[in-house]
Design a binder for this molecule. Structure first.
Ligand SMILES: Nc1ncnc2c1ncn2[C@@H]1O[C@H](COP(=O)(O)OP(=O)(O)O)[C@@H](O)[C@H]1O
Ligand SMILES: [Mg+2]
Length: 145
């Protein structure tokens, strides 16, 4: 394992649509200022935003931890919420349990988890119904950057 260059945690409030996207926005600025190359940064921000939105939409609260090494960027998003009863189903493109209210706000296309998978090099989802969900993502940095 490569040495950690940075580790920082951020709180995410469930149901707070006014603040939705704030944490992924902060992460984007932090990593951009550190000079992370654009392609990896773009992928990371997509994964962080979708993970953050899922906490906002479905959970009570969550913590997103950003871990940067020389080789990769890692996200650990742990929430307290309803959990995901069928993770395989949740990964199906277009599958969503979003409410009408969420859809009116422009969310709930059922593409969050598929896009997180597409944009990360490793993605792990663990969940306990009634307790919460853990999402762990790894995005490798391009070595020539
Ligand atoms: N953190 C979470 N807690 C509980 N359920 C979740 C969580 N993340 C995803 N889900 C479930 O998985 C489904 C698919 O998620 P996603 O692909 O992001 O699509 P969307 O958010 O547009 O519904 C959600 O509709 C929800 O039922
Ligand atoms: Mg989603």
């Amino acid at each position: 394992m490569a040495a950690e260059l940075l580790r920082e945690s951020f709180e995410i409030q469930g149901r707070n649509y006014d603040k939705a996207g704030e944490v992924s926005g902060e992460i984007k600025v932090i990593l951009r200022d550190l000079g992370i190359e654009a392609a990896s940064l773009r992928r990371l921000v997509i994964v962080a935003f979708e993970a953050e939105m899922n906490v906002v939409m479905y959970a009570r609260r969550g913590t997103l931890t950003l871990i940067l090494t020389e080789e990769d960027v890692n996200l650990e998003v742990r929430d307290e919420g309803p959990g995901i009863p069928d993770i395989e189903l949740a990964f199906k493109e277009g599958y969503s349990t979003a409410s009408d209210e969420m859809r009116e706000l422009g969310f709930g296309f059922g593409m969050g988890l598929p896009n997180m998978k597409k944009n990360s090099d490793e993605l792990k989802v663990e969940s306990e119904v009634g307790k919460g969900t853990l999402v762990v993502a790894k995005i490798r940095l391009n070595s020539n950057a």
